[in-house]
Design a binder for this molecule. Structure first.
Ligand code: UDP
Length: 413
């Protein structure tokens, strides 16, 4: 095996360059960007295949440097995907990627797909190219449906997830919880699942002076709770609005909400909830913020609240703590492990508004000076470390597959 690998990353559901915090763009985009950069920095050749998006000048262009490219390929309108059309869409996506590779005489050592749609295309390309396929789901349809919140994920998503799980050479889960869900709900083979957490960009997320950060964000000098995330019912922002209702007469308190600038049905539901709980005047809706400015909001806040019913990982907790800002969170994703490393991460027992409210009130009484960032947290979750662990998995999978690849394929590089 060569020391440097040729890696095809599939991010077909959403372009990694889209701004996080809108409906379909969040932690996965940040993950792909950071992982790809770390791999390229180590000298590996990385091509990220993503969907074309008409609102962007970059559409259909290859952007990037020699060993890190973002390739926009022609893609279907995802809102038109249904059980009937899915097969054609998948064929179109995998054919477009394959044709691009043929034209460029480009070969890969492995495919790393993200989210179920890319996972199906990854399964197809694995057959065609005879290279190993590593997949990450980021969220699982069956787990989302088990919560019974928001729009149900279609049965064909879950069936396709099962097919991907059966055929992938390795599944990377970002938490032990996700591994258990894969085994219990999808009968995945535990021997083909490795847990590698998501990473934190310590160069971006570190403590800066609270007052300076507040000024840079244009926030009032009040006691400040922060919520960061897409306006998805699973993020339970409605519960948080109810939880701050007892504080509505305090003019020294504000809740800052970062994320969610698409004025769709979820946005309306949140605005209605803010009116119902009479907290509109205490809430500052910022909309989505470029990722490079997120550290300012974490630093401007006195604490960050994660009231979610479900998180696949919970990057927001890591980012906030790395900035020295305490976190109150429900027991979701990686939060328990993070709290094990960092005492400023407090897990609340349930996720009822009254439980949240109690914890927020207690936190308001304890607001103190900003803590230092948590070096232990950064040691464990720093991107350098996480990328090394992913690379180890790539190499192990390639070694395991070498024999199979030689026997079964006429594919030559
Ligand atoms: N984020 C951002 N701008 C926003 C809102 C969110 O850059 O306006 C980023 C945030 O910093 C974090 C990610 O989006 O890196 C959200 O990740 P998380 O794992 O918390 O949630 P997910 O979107 O994966 O459900």
């Amino acid at each position: 095996m060569e020391d440097t690998l040729r890696i095809a990353i599939l991010s077909l559901h959403t372009c990694p360059l889209n701004r996080p915090g809108s409906r379909y763009t969040g932690g996965m985009n940040i993950y792909i960007q950071n992982l790809a950069q770390e791999l390229a920095r180590r000298g590996h050749s990385v091509d990220i295949y993503t969907c074309s998006h008409p609102d962007d000048d970059l559409c259909n262009l290859v952007v990037g440097s020699d060993n890190l490219r973002l390739i926009h390929i022609e893609s279907p309108d995802y809102s038109l995907i249904s059980e009937e059309t899915l097969g054609n869409h998948i064929a179109m996506l995998s054919d477009s990627i394959d044709s691009f590779c043929l034209e460029q005489n480009k070969h890969y050592d492995l495919i790393h797909s993200h989210y179920w749609l890319s996972g199906i295309v990854g399964s197809k390309l694995k057959q065609k190219w005879c290279v190993p396929h590593i997949t990450m789901f980021h969220t699982l349809g069956a787990v989302k449906n088990s919560l019974g919140l928001g729009i149900l994920e279609p049965e064909y998503r879950i069936l396709n997830e099962q097919v991907i799980i059966k055929n992938a050479d390795l599944i990377v889960a970002s938490t032990q919880k996700e591994k258990r869900e894969l085994v219990n709900r999808y009968s995945a083979d535990p021997a083909r699942i490795e847990v590698v957490p998501c990473g934190i960009n310590a160069a971006l997320f570190h403590p800066v002076d609270k007052e300076v950060a507040r000024q840079m964000c244009g926030l009032a000098p009040k006691k400040t709770a922060l919520f960061v995330g897409r306006l998805d019912p699973l993020k339970a922002l409605g519960n948080l609005l109810e939880a701050i209702s007892p504080l509505k007469s305090r003019d020294d308190f504000q809740l800052v909400v970062v994320g969610g600038n698409d004025h769709g049905v979820d946005f309306k539901a949140i605005m209605d909830a803010a009116c119902d709980y009479e907290v509109s005047h205490s809430v500052n809706f910022i909309g989505s913020v470029p990722h490079e400015r997120m550290h300012l909001y974490y630093n401007a806040a006195d604490f960050c609240v994660i009231p979610s019913y479900y998180e696949s990982f919970g990057l927001v907790a890591l980012e906030s703590l790395a900035c020295g800002t305490p976190v109150i969170a429900t027991d979701v994703g990686e939060i328990r492990d993070i709290a094990g490393i960092c005492q400023s991460c407090r897990i609340i027992k349930g996720n009822t508004p009254s439980e949240l409210s109690m914890n927020i009130t207690a936190m308001l009484d304890r607001i103190g000076n900003k803590k230092n960032g948590y070096s232990k947290l950064v040691d464990h979750y720093g991107w350098g470390h996480v990328a090394d662990r992913i690379l180890q998995q790539y190499k192990a999978v390639i070694d395991r597959n070498a024999e199979y690849t030689q026997q079964r394929c006429s594919y030559k590089s």
